[in-house]
Design a protein around this ligand. Structure first.
Ligand SMILES: [Zn+2]
Length: 404
């Protein structure tokens, strides 16, 4: 397969099997129907070092109806409130902020509170409606040239364009970036958050691999990528969302608004140390992933043999990857609980583990709870404190399966 960015050849290093789409939750009446599955394989570009999926699912299939609502999680609300505060402060008196993949308006809300006009772009019809109902003006579409023109015509160009956990979802990031450039004022900034491939390597977060995530970025790759569009990365910050992400700050080249921060060079050096721009680190990573699978399957099998009741907490997309790859299904994990009402009553893709509300933990009293949404582990541990006090143990699957 050819690299999505540079057209060079790629090498596949990780094969997670054929799995259903990670957010394709099932209704009870669909359980007997055949589930479509797609190869989940990751490759490394020998030209530009971009880590990417070999298979691209049409975005209409993935993002038109979405079950992931950002504001479900308190730590996300705080994260995005701080981000809106920071960016507003950086830009002085910005007049327009555009968030691409704006979900329920979680980030834009913070801009609006500071008197900034906001526009969201969100392809999921169900979620764009939630945002619009809450008074966050949201265009229900994919971000494209037409939407860009519409925003510029109606609102003018933007001081700040943001895309958090979106850039990795986009197949045509060239077209996307060209549109962002058009949308931005000459001294505007483009700020993205992407899951960080460096954290994937060090924290073994292979469960961040699912069909929605087409690219797995390092700062090194992004710095070179934006150069091709007359843009420059002027700051890079590590943030802890999704098990480790990068917040990357980009401006038009020649804008001179922000000096190039030392953080850019520092992280590129760090990535050299990790080997993140060479194939070998990924080959080693894939070998360790196999080890995690072996250990987790052994652990769960032993608990089942002892007659322990095992439940899970969270039904995130990453949980689908983990369980489908490990072949751990509803016979091993009887149910999972999730705080999103959109997921409750449905079944996880592939494994068909039922998703219930957290009340189920009171009624069914499991012996073990596997934390599938481990990136929210502290928050979840707090929520299930009474169960832990009553002797329930937690299984944290990554970076290595551990019982707490
Ligand atoms: Zn490439």
């Amino acid at each position: 397969m050819k690299c999505r960015i540079c057209g060079n050849g790629t090498r596949t290093f990780l094969n997670l099997g054929k799995t259903p789409l990670a957010n394709a939750f099932l209704r009870r009446e669909d359980l007997d129907k055949e589930e479509p599955t797609f190869p989940l394989e990751v490759c490394f570009c020998t030209g530009c070092a971009l880590v990417q999926l070999t298979e691209v699912i049409p975005p209409e299939k993935l993002f038109r109806n979405y079950v992931y609502v950002s504001s479900t999680t308190k730590s996300f609300q705080e994260h995005f409130a701080r981000m809106a505060e920071e960016l507003t402060r950086m830009m002085g008196t910005p007049t327009l902020a555009v968030d691409i993949g704006s979900n329920d308006g979680i980030l834009l809300k913070g801009f609006r509170e500071r008197g900034v006009r906001v526009v969201g772009v969100e392809p999921a019809t169900n979620i764009a409606k939630i945002a619009n109902d809450a008074g966050i003006e949201t265009i229900n579409d994919f971000f494209n040239a037409d939407v860009t023109k519409r925003i510029v015509a109606l609102k003018g160009r933007a001081d700040v364009v943001t895309a958090t956990n979106v850039f990795a979802h986009v197949g045509d990031i060239q077209g996307f970036t060209a549109n962002v450039r058009t949308l931005l004022k000459d001294d505007g900034i483009f700020v993205i958050e992407v899951q960080y491939v460096g954290d994937m390597l060090t924290k073994m977060t292979f469960d961040n691999v699912y069909h929605e995530h087409l690219s797995y970025f390092s700062a090194s790759v992004l710095v070179e990528f934006f150069k091709r569009f007359g843009m420059e990365v002027f700051r890079v910050k590590r943030v802890d969302t999704h098990g480790g992400s990068l917040r990357v700050y980009v401006q038009k080249k020649g804008s001179g608004r922000f000096p190039i921060d030392a953080s850019v060079k520092e992280i590129i050096e760090e990535e050299k140390g990790l080997g993140a721009t060479g194939l070998q680190a990924y080959v080693d990573f894939a070998r360790k992933v196999e080890g995690v699978r072996t250990d987790l399957v052994k652990m769960v099998t032993a608990l089942r043999k002892d007659g322990r009741r095992v439940a899970a907490y969270g039904a995130p997309a990453k949980g689908s990857t983990l369980l489908n790859f490990c072949g751990i299904g509803a016979d091993a994990i009887q149910y999972t609980v999730d705080d999103s009402p959109l997921k409750q009553g449905l079944f996880m893709p592939g494994t068909h583990i039922p998703v219930l509300s957290s009340k189920a933990l009171d009624e069914r009293r499991p012996d073990y709870i596997m934390i599938l949404a481990w990136n929210f582990a502290p928050e979840i541990m707090e929520k299930i404190k009474k169960h832990r006090d009553a002797g329930v143990k937690c299984i944290v699957p990554l970076p290595e399966p551990t019982i707490i």
